[in-house]
Design a protein around this ligand. Structure first.
Ligand SMILES: [Zn+2]
Length: 455
């Protein structure tokens, strides 16, 4: 274990680095030229300069730079560990914020663990990216050698699906990234309830089945709409049907573990495990966790973008509706099409379906050496906690590594100051921020995992 004075110093470094990463404003709005992660890749390279680690920058697209740093191990046959953090963040609506979303301000008594760093990326996931860099630098300069290689991977473009980041680099630069174990976002939320204390570790993620639905009609004069075949009116009905569609629940082992961790009254617990009763039971949960719990048990459909129409006096013949579809484990493109057919009914034949993103759900098993080292390290902070494998509803870059056979978990460690529902709302939400104690716990976590992994 690392001594408290060292952890204090490293926590201070994590706070500073997180603040600088927030200020870099690597906002990824989905356009290939957005993100500009080059700024943070260079910042992180400079942080690691002089430590003797091997470093390489990759720029598959101008400005979309990722950094791979490697601390070689002593045993070429030992498994390698990759600490992966993305450097991009999602856009903000500044009006909803109480502070500058890109200020990276430390708010509160700077000597208190309750002080908070504010800004876009504070929980998704610059907190982890920063703490991983600080831990990695400490490991590189500590003089201790480990059996396996340790890789620090600061990756661009996670927020738009990894096209210019993990996806292309895992495909084209696997020699540089090759690893057996990956730690990335996110985990370590502490629940305290009737079941005792539990911590979640992400071991699986839902699939992405983003689709563009092109709704067709016939153009005409806007002054004579009676009996018109108006694509916008049909699209409105498509959207309405999607919002009302209720696919069957998938209540698997991960679901059972998640529900058990909530420590609910017996009757509610039982109904949450019953496919016929689960939707009504979810409505009885605390409002802050309903959406997450629902998404963990169902394929979801969120129509989020609409484009259509050319002029106020022209009846539109084409309207595009983009739907964020997230599939439960086991579902493929055929299942997505079957869902759309069931949801849209007779309108399905008026719609052309285009694939925008297609990744099936992925999972890593628990019980191996990384699971052991990670749970031991989490127990340093929370000795009594039950550690629960969990499904994350959003996509992460872990999926590209799982497809290569690596075991990948979403980890981190939060202080009990952060309510779990509130923590989830900060993801892509207003007033995103993280307390210093959580940064301390997370910085220490990476060190403890490394120190336990090759024992
Ligand atoms: Zn993220």
């Amino acid at each position: 274990m690392t001594d408290p004075t060292t952890i204090d110093r490293l926590t201070g470094e994590t706070v500073e680095l997180l603040s600088a990463l927030i200020q870099n404003q690597c906002v990824n709005d989905g356009r290939p030229e957005s993100g500009e992660e080059d700024r943070s890749a260079r910042l992180l390279r400079d942080e690691l300069e002089g430590t003797g680690v091997d470093m390489e920058m990759y720029e598959p697209m101008p400005g979309r730079t990722s950094l791979i740093a490697r601390l070689p191990g002593t045993d070429p046959d030992a498994p390698n560990l990759c600490l992966m953090g993305h450097t991009d963040v999602v856009p903000v609506s500044p009006d909803g914020w109480d502070r500058d979303p890109f200020g990276g301000e430390l708010v509160g008594d700077p000597n208190s663990g309750a002080a908070e760093i504010w800004g876009r990326g504070a929980v998704d996931m610059l907190n982890l990216t920063a703490s991983m860099a600080v831990a990695f630098r400490h490991l590189a300069t500590s003089g201790t050698r480990y059996a396996g290689d340790i890789i620090y991977f600061a990756v661009a473009d996670e927020e738009a699906g990894g096209t210019h980041g993990a996806e292309v680099l895992v495909r084209d630069e696997w020699d540089a990234l090759k690893c057996d174990y990956v730690l990335t976002e996110f985990g370590g939320m502490a629940y305290n309830n009737a079941a005792g204390q539990t911590l979640l570790v992400t071991t699986a993620e839902k699939g992405l089945g983003w689709r563009r639905l092109r709704v067709k009609g016939k153009p005409g004069h806007g002054s004579a709409p009676l009996n018109a075949d108006n694509a916008l009116i049909k699209a409105a009905e498509v959207v309405r049907r999607l919002s009302e569609y209720r696919p069957a629940a998938r209540l698997d082992e991960l679901w059972g573990a998640k529900i058990a961790a909530l420590g609910l009254p017996e009757d509610l617990h039982r109904r949450l495990l019953d496919p016929a009763a689960v939707m009504d039971a979810i409505a009885e949960l605390p409002r802050g966790i309903q959406a997450n719990v629902h998404s963990c048990s169902h394929t979801t459909f969120s129509p989020n973008v609409i484009h259509g129409g050319v002029k106020t006096n022209v009846i539109p013949d084409i309207v595009d509706v983009e739907v964020d579809i997230r599939t439960v484990p086991g579902e493929t493109h055929e299942d997505v099409m079957a869902h759309l057919q069931a949801a849209l009914g007779d309108l399905f034949n008026h719609v052309e379906v285009e694939i925008l993103q297609e990744n099936i759900s992925t999972a890593s098993p628990t019980g191996g050496p990384l699971w052991g080292a990670l749970t031991d390290a989490m127990h340093v902070a929370y000795p009594e906690a039950a550690i629960i494998p969990s499904l994350v509803t959003g996509g992460t870059d872990a999926r590209f590594f799982r497809e290569q056979g690596a075991v990948a978990y979403g980890a981190g460690l939060l202080s009990t100051r952060v309510d779990v529902g509130e923590f989830f709302r900060r993801f892509h939400g207003h007033n995103e921020r993280i307390d210093v104690d959580s940064l301390r716990l997370t910085t220490q976590l990476w060190l403890d995992v490394v120190n336990g992994l090759w024992d």
